[in-house]
Design a protein around this ligand. Structure first.
Ligand code: GDP
Ligand code: MG
Length: 303
């Protein structure tokens, strides 16, 4: 029997390549939100996988992209800083596309910082069978033949157990760093507010861009008249403009209702119990440019 291994593994890559989906798949529970829209992930969240052979602490990062505002700057800075002090960096690629300039930018950044990394070619299910050899060759040429590769499909789960084996083999021997039943390092309210944000992104698509934040105002264990308990949650969705507030509320409140219903379902799954959720919408002009509001809504530079 080999000795127990443990360590930190940072997932880095362009926005939308499937970093968060991969972490959820590897951990087996939805702790980090995902969406078809780029820049969904804002917090540098850790997801913890404990197996019989080792413990892997995954660090999810916002995608590395060219920032256009202060929030974007913080996200990219935090993503980049996540490569320091960890045991392994995994460069996640959307293999349905050939290597591009975004990947080159990240690779140069890693090389400039003398960071060793392995490559995960994700979304393999989207590569046509007849193109698969060619695609693999393109990436081998791009990264060099000595680079370690793992092909996966995060959404389908394909290749994921091989990936776990490979990651463990790169980690040092060490004890469990977190209790066995811990799967995430974030406070529950952060996970809950992100589940609301996810539904806003999914339901409003391009109409309400990334100018929203969600704040949990109150979370309380309560009892119904029949004695059954539930969790009551009050949350506020912050937007930058009145027009966005209108879109979020929708015709006779229909949009807010849809968002609330879906978010409530995911929340119940996360905490394993019934939820009563009330949502409010508030306009805070230009919150993404104000340090005080960024801090209030949970976005700070890590150091
Ligand atoms: P992130 O920005 O890198 O964290 O990307 P997300 O995890 O939010 O995923 C972006 C989108 O890609 C979502 O719509 C996912 O469902 C989708 N996705 C992720 N992995 C796969 C995959 O292996 N195959 C396919 N077809 N879609 C995927
Ligand atoms: Mg993400």
């Amino acid at each position: 029997m080999t000795n127990y291994r443990s360590g930190f593994v940072t997932l880095l890559g362009r926005p939308n390549v499937g970093k968060s989906t991969l972490i959820n798949q590897l951990i087996g529970k939805k702790i980090t939100i995902t969406s078809p829209i780029a820049q969904t992930t804002r917090n540098k969240l850790k997801g913890i996988l404990t197996t019989n052979n080792g413990q892997i602490i995954f660090v999810d990062t916002p995608g590395v992209h060219k920032p256009h505002h202060r929030l974007g700057e913080i996200l990219v800075k935090n993503a980049k800083s996540a490569i320091f002090g960890v045991d392994l960096v995994v460069f996640v690629i959307d293999s349905s596309e050939k290597p591009g300039r975004g990947d080159e930018y990240i690779m140069n950044f890693l090389v400039a910082n003398q960071t060793d990394f392995i490559v995960v070619l994700n979304k393999w299910d989207l590569v046509n069978k007849e193109f698969r050899n060619l695609r693999l060759e393109q990436y081998k040429k791009f990264f060099g033949v000595n680079r370690n590769f793992q092909i996966v499909s995060a959404s389908e789960g394909e290749g994921c157990s091989d990936l776990i084996e490979m990651l463990l083999s790169f980690l040092p021997e060490g004890p469990k760093l977190y209790a066995e039943d811990t799967i995430c390092d974030q406070p529950l309210d952060n996970l809950l507010s992100d589940l609301v944000r996810e539904q806003v992104l999914i339901n409003t698509r391009e109409e309400v861009p990334h100018s929203i934040a969600v704040k949990i105002d109150k979370r309380e264990e309560m009892k119904r008249k029949n004695g059954k308990s539930f969790t009551g949650i009050l949350a506020t969705i912050i937007v930058e403009r009145n027009s966005q507030k209108g879109i979020l509320i929708g015709k006779k409140g229909s949009m807010l209702k849809t968002i609330g219903q879906s978010a409530r379902l995911h929340m119940s799954k996360l905490i394993d119990g019934p939820i009563h959720l009330e949502l409010f919408v508030k306009v805070v002009p230009n919150w993404r440019k104000k340090e005080s509001r960024l801090i209030e809504f949970g976005y700070e530079e890590d150091f």
